[in-house]
Design a protein. Structure first.
Length: 318
């Protein structure tokens, strides 16, 4: 079976790195947790040149030869709530969208192992983070495309996280700012109207009915969002208690010019991060419900993996 450009890219870049993983992933039901082997730290006589420096106010999570790969900070918004923001630095990372074991439904579509409900073997040793996707498909919050195959129709005017065939990710408004002519789109996750567009917070930000039904009607449940700044960095924001304005304010303060809300309610908001590719994952959002290995074992809902873009010369495809 011929692979799509997206599959070929993932497997050519990540395939050789999978040899460092100690166990293979299995489907969600009955699967054993995956254990990973962290590559040993090597010492050099000359420190690498830092091209992405540490920014004051941000705490580095993972660093590499080209400087900061991922970093994090907490933002206290005017309501007094604290939003956790994790930043994935442009040019340092790759993204991959996974379906859940229950949602979105795939129908007769056949997807490769790199898109299923658990972190695939080639990704394990290169994994830096994973975070939740959007609402269930039956919520009519937008469409889903995975590895070039449409699972739910894409909706014009909705906020969209677009992953290209080369693994790069960006945010925009479908049919307006994304996709651009000639763009090789692989996966798309839509969710509602934009929180922020053109650097401006949505005029509907105070209308809670626009941002999804909450458990027991709580106004400020767990919420999550995704933004992009002018440099092309992708920012995940999450909190165990947040209004839409809280997320939009935190992302705007951190330079996001476009943003979308992701999933809400305690069961679904989850971001996990590692300090080294393939290293142990830790919960990024205080109070998140599930353990940081949930996406490794497998999950019922869609999620995004964040992968190290750097490939060591000894493992680069020849």
């Amino acid at each position: 079976m011929n692979r799509s450009p997206r599959k070929a890219f993932l497997w050519s870049v990540l395939g050789p790195l999978a040899l460092t993983a100690s166990a293979c992933a299995g489907p969600f039901r009955g699967a054993a947790p995956i254990t990973t082997t962290v590559p040993p730290t090597t010492t050099t006589t000359e420190a690498p040149t830092t091209t992405v420096p540490v920014q004051p106010g941000w705490t580095p999570i993972a660093t590499g030869p080209n400087g900061v790969i991922t970093d994090q900070r907490n933002v206290t918004v005017p309501t007094g709530r604290v939003m956790t923001v994790v930043r994935f630095r442009a040019g340092q990372i790759l993204f991959n969208l996974h379906i859940g074991s229950q949602d979105p439904p795939v129908g007769k579509v056949i997807l490769g192992p790199e898109s299923l409900s658990y972190v695939s073997m080639p990704e394990v040793s290169n994994l830096l983070a994973a975070f939740n996707g959007g609402f269930k498909v039956n919520a009519a919050a937008g469409g889903v495309q995975v590895d070039g195959q449409v699972l739910a129709p894409l909706t014009t005017g909705f906020a969209s996280f677009v992953i290209d065939a080369n693994g790069s990710g960006r945010l925009g408004v479908w049919g307006s700012t994304v996709p651009v002519p000639g763009e090789q789109v692989s996966s798309v996750r839509q969710n509602l109207i934009p929180l922020i567009v053109g650097g401006q917070i949505s005029s509907q930000i105070g209308n809670l009915s626009q941002w999804g039904s909450t458990l027991h009607g709580v106004a400020a449940p767990a919420r999550s969002a995704l933004g992009e700044d002018a440099a092309g960095n992708i920012l995940y924001a999450g909190s165990a208690s947040a209004l839409p304005i809280d997320l939009a304010t935190a992302l705007s303060d951190d330079g996001a010019t476009v943003a979308m809300q992701l999933d809400i309610n305690p069961e679904w908001v989850q971001c996990d991060v590692a300090t080294t590719p393939g290293g142990a994952l830790a919960a990024a959002v205080p109070g998140q419900n599930r353990g940081p290995n949930q996406y490794l074992v497998g999950w019922t809902r869609d999620f995004v993996t964040v992968l190290n873009a750097a490939v060591a010369p000894s493992t680069a495809p020849g």
